[in-house]
Design a binder for this molecule. Structure first.
Ligand SMILES: Cc1cc2nc3c(=O)[nH]c(=O)nc-3n(C[C@H](O)[C@H](O)[C@H](O)COP(=O)(O)OP(=O)(O)OC[C@H]3O[C@@H](n4cnc5c(N)ncnc54)[C@H](O)[C@@H]3O)c2cc1C
Length: 264
C-alpha cells in the first residue's frame, strides 16, 4: 500500500454504527480530537432484512449523546416521521444518519484498511492509502466481520446460498422453497419475513426448542423498565418435527405477529 499524507489525531473511531457514533460524540463533547471512519449505519442499511422491525424497545433504541438531545423522539419530530413501536428498520437507519449529521458532520466515510501499534499509539491506514497516527483507537466494527459459514455449505454456489449478514432480499423468493439454517434471532427474523413475502420456509436447527425474544406490543410501550426486560419464549405455533438425527424442523405456516413467529 502506498503511504500518502500523514495526519495526527488523538482518537480514531473505526465504524459508524450506533456504538461508534455514540462513542465519537462523547469524546468530541469532552474536547478530544477525534476522527470517525465508515459509512454511517452501513450494517443496518445493507445487511439486515428489508421490512425488519427492531426487537429492542423504543427506549433502548436511542443512540446516546451526553445531553440526551438527539433521541429517537427528537428525530421523528424533526423529520415528521410518525412514532412507531416496534421501530421499523428504515426509521432506525434514518435516525442514525440524522444523528451523525447533527453530532459528527466531519465523519469520514472511508474504510480503515489496517491498524498497527507504533511506539506512541497506532498507525491507521485508510483504504486509499492515507496513513494517520492516532494515540488511541476505538474499534466499533460491529458483528458483521464475524460471519461464519459452516464448511458443509462451502460447495453451494451464491445463487443457492446466502449468509444473513450479506443482507436478505426476502421479496426475491415468492413461491420458492427456502431452508433457513439456524435458530437465532437472525434466522427466525429472516424466516418470518420470507414467509410473509410468500416463500415456503423451513427452519432447520440443531436445538430442541426455539428461544425467540418476544415482541409483545406492551413491552415496547413500557418506558424505561422495558430496556431491562427480555422475554425469550418458545414458539409453539410453528409446526415442529424432530427428524431421526434430532434436528428440529419448524415450518412457517402459521400466522405471524410483527417481528416474530406467532406464539399463538
Ligand atoms: C437481524 C438483526 C437484528 C438486530 N436487531 C437489533 C435490535 O433491534 N436492537 C439492537 O440494539 N440490536 C440489534 N441487533 C444487533 C446489532 O447489530 C447491534 O446491536 C448493533 O448494530 C451494534 O452496533 P455497532 O455500532 O457496534 O455495530 P454496527 O451497527 O454493525 O456498526 C459497525 C460499523 O462498522 C463498520 N466497519 C466495520 N469495519 C470497518 C472498517 N474497517 N472501516 C470502517 N468501518 C468499518 C461497518 O460497516 C458497520 O457499519 C440486531 C442484529 C441483527 C443481525
Amino acid at each position: 500500500m502506498s503511504q500518502g499524507r500523514s495526519a495526527d489525531c488523538e482518537v480514531v473511531v473505526l465504524g459508524a454504527g450506533p456504538y461508534g457514533l455514540s462513542a465519537a460524540t462523547y469524546l468530541k463533547a469532552k474536547g478530544v480530537d477525534v476522527r470517525i471512519f465508515g459509512r454511517p449505519m452501513a450494517f443496518w442499511a445493507d445487511k439486515m432484512p428489508a421490512g425488519m422491525l427492531l426487537r429492542s424497545p423504543r427506549v433502548a433504541s436511542n443512540i446516546s449523546d451526553p445531553a440526551h438531545r438527539t433521541t429517537l423522539d427528537a428525530f421523528e419530530t424533526s423529520a415528521r416521521v410518525p412514532p412507531r413501536a416496534p421501530v421499523p428498520l428504515e426509521t432506525f437507519v434514518e435516525y442514525g444518519r440524522w444523528f451523525q449529521r447533527q453530532m459528527l458532520p466531519g465523519l469520514d466515510q472511508r474504510e480503515i484498511a489496517s491498524v498497527n501499534r507504533n511506539d506512541n499509539g497506532f498507525t491507521v491506514a485508510l483504504e486509499e492509502g492515507e496513513v494517520l497516527h492516532s494515540r488511541r483507537v476505538v474499534i466499533a466494527g460491529g458483528i458483521g466481520p464475524f460471519q461464519r459459514l459452516p464448511p458443509e455449505f462451502a460447495s453451494l454456489p451464491p445463487s443457492q446460498l446466502s449468509h444473513c449478514y450479506q443482507g436478505c432480499d426476502v421479496k426475491a423468493f415468492p413461491g420458492r422453497r427456502v431452508a433457513v439454517i439456524g435458530a437465532g434471532q437472525s434466522a427466525l427474523e429472516c424466516a418470518a419475513l420470507l414467509h410473509e413475502a410468500g416463500a415456503k420456509v423451513e427452519v432447520i436447527a440443531k436445538i430442541q426448542e426455539l428461544r425467540w425474544i418476544g415482541q409483545h406490543p406492551w413491552l415496547h410501550r413500557l418506558g424505561p423498565i422495558s430496556s431491562t426486560c427480555w422475554f425469550p419464549m418458545a414458539s409453539s405455533a410453528a409446526q415442529k418435527r424432530h427428524s431421526h438425527d434430532g434436528t428440529l424442523r419448524h415450518f412457517c405456516n402459521s400466522g405471524r405477529t410483527r417481528g416474530g413467529i406467532d406464539a399463538g
